[in-house]
Design a protein around this ligand. Sequence first.
Ligand code: FAD
Ligand code: NAD
Length: 159
Amino acid sequence: MDDRQFRNAMGKFATGVNVIAAEVDGEVYGMTANAFMSVSLDPKLIVISIGNHAKMLERIRQSGKFSVNVLSCEQQEESMRFAGQKKFEDKFDFGRLGDTPVVENALCQLSCEVYNEHTEGDHVLFIGKVNDLVLEEGDPLVFNCGKYRKLEAIEEAVK
Ligand code: FAD
Ligand code: NAD
């Protein structure tokens, strides 16, 4: 099986899109990530998966903290910016949730501390303990089959 075939298979699984943010020595960095899952209610844990070539890997290790920001359908540009898919000249202004940088207007901002990490193949899974969160109304940005998409409601069957 080649990599493209595996990615095509994984791309069938529609996900939301997140920006992970972390601060090191006063500098804030962002990275787009769709590998994310809720793990535990007690304690409140989530998992993200960071490729071993991503700069964000050492940034999270150094910081010990990160935020997960679930993007709205209005925030495709943020996803493209932090995936390096499009270059922007302007500076990006992060907000704060306590002492953690966050993406403003995201549908959900989770402020996390690193609870554990596991190296698996060419990625590192970071388990984050969620210390605080903020929610906003709106529709999510969706990623499916390598494309950004919007949610569409399914018409209810007429009875
Ligand atoms: P960089 O390449 O340095 O940063 C990424 C981009 O963000 C750069 O263009 C940089 O200029 C910009 N940037 C960073 N900080 C700032 C700032 N403060 N102000 C302005 N711009 C800034 N990879 C994974 O490992 N796991 C995933 O789950 C994952 N999911 C993805 C989902 C989608 C939909 C996409 C499109 C990509 C995904 N990627 C994922 C790939 C990942 O986003 C890219 O490989 C990314 O470029 C890696 O970033 P980096 O940490 O190496 O840092
Ligand atoms: P794509 O067809 O590469 O992505 C489809 C799916 O494949 C993704 O949702 C993800 O589940 C999986 N995938 C893709 N690259 C992977 C990787 N390196 N490791 C593990 N799983 C991976 O979509 P695309 O538009 O070509 O992606 C844009 C870029 O973002 C590519 O460079 C891709 O590698 C990267 N990406 C990385 C991850 C990841 O590391 N977990 C996830 C999504 C996208």
